[in-house]
Design a protein around this ligand. Structure first.
Ligand SMILES: Nc1ncnc2c1ncn2[C@@H]1O[C@H](COP(=O)(O)OP(=O)(O)O)[C@@H](O)[C@H]1O
Ligand SMILES: [Mg+2]
Length: 167
């Protein structure tokens, strides 16, 4: 089962992330996929805002991993340059640690290193990249996330109030 949303604005994509942040617990892993410019970083910025991370969260394109502190620690990974799943574990001890929330952009590059318990967030562009709407599909995997499917529905409802629509 997936929760699907159409986001008509970068702020709506961020609002979905911020709503999701309310239900996050230590050890959660969020795996983001989608083409360049789809809104993966925008979504993680929303999670960061929802966790109360102060300051600006930028893409860890070159540093590959960056840690932020909010209600929970947030570890933000960009796997774009990783072509081997085993490289994920060597990045930083915080990545996939049980006391942090880990968000991995380009997670498909390291699919073999991802835990069974995870939330996949697939972003696609409904038209040409630019201002075209984004379809955001949230798919729970593993017992931890399957137990929270109802709560994900509430996330959807909250995001709809912030300018999205059902895809
Ligand atoms: N509905 C939308 N959701 C997210 N981003 C959008 C949307 N519409 C336009 N954009 C723009 O698309 C770009 C997404 O960038 P970013 O989040 O860095 O993508 P990614 O990390 O997937 O490469 C931003 O410039 C943002 O303003
Ligand atoms: Mg990005």
């Amino acid at each position: 089962m997936s929760v699907r949303l159409r986001s008509h604005h970068p702020d709506a994509t961020a609002a979905l992330g911020a709503s999701l942040a309310r239900m996050l617990v230590p050890g959660d892993v969020i795996v983001l996929t989608g083409p360049l410019g789809a809104g993966k970083t925008r979504f993680v910025q929303g999670i960061a805002a929802g966790l109360g991370v102060p300051g600006r969260v930028t893409s860890p394109t070159f540093v590959l991993v960056r840690r932020h502190q909010g209600r929970l620690p947030l570890v933000h990974v960009d796997a774009y340059r990783l072509d081997d799943a085993s490289a994920l574990a060597t990045l930083d001890d915080d990545v996939l640690a049980e006391d942090v929330v880990t968000c991995i952009e380009w997670g498909g590059n390291v699919a073999d290193a991802l835990p069974d318990d995870r939330l996949d967030v697939a972003l696609t562009v409904d038209g040409d990249v630019g201002d075209a709407p984004r379809i955001v599909a949230l798919t729970p995997h593993g017992p931890s996330w399957e137990a929270r499917t109802d709560a994900l529905g509430d996330v959807l409802a909250g995001a709809l109030a912030d300018g999205g629509s059902v895809a």
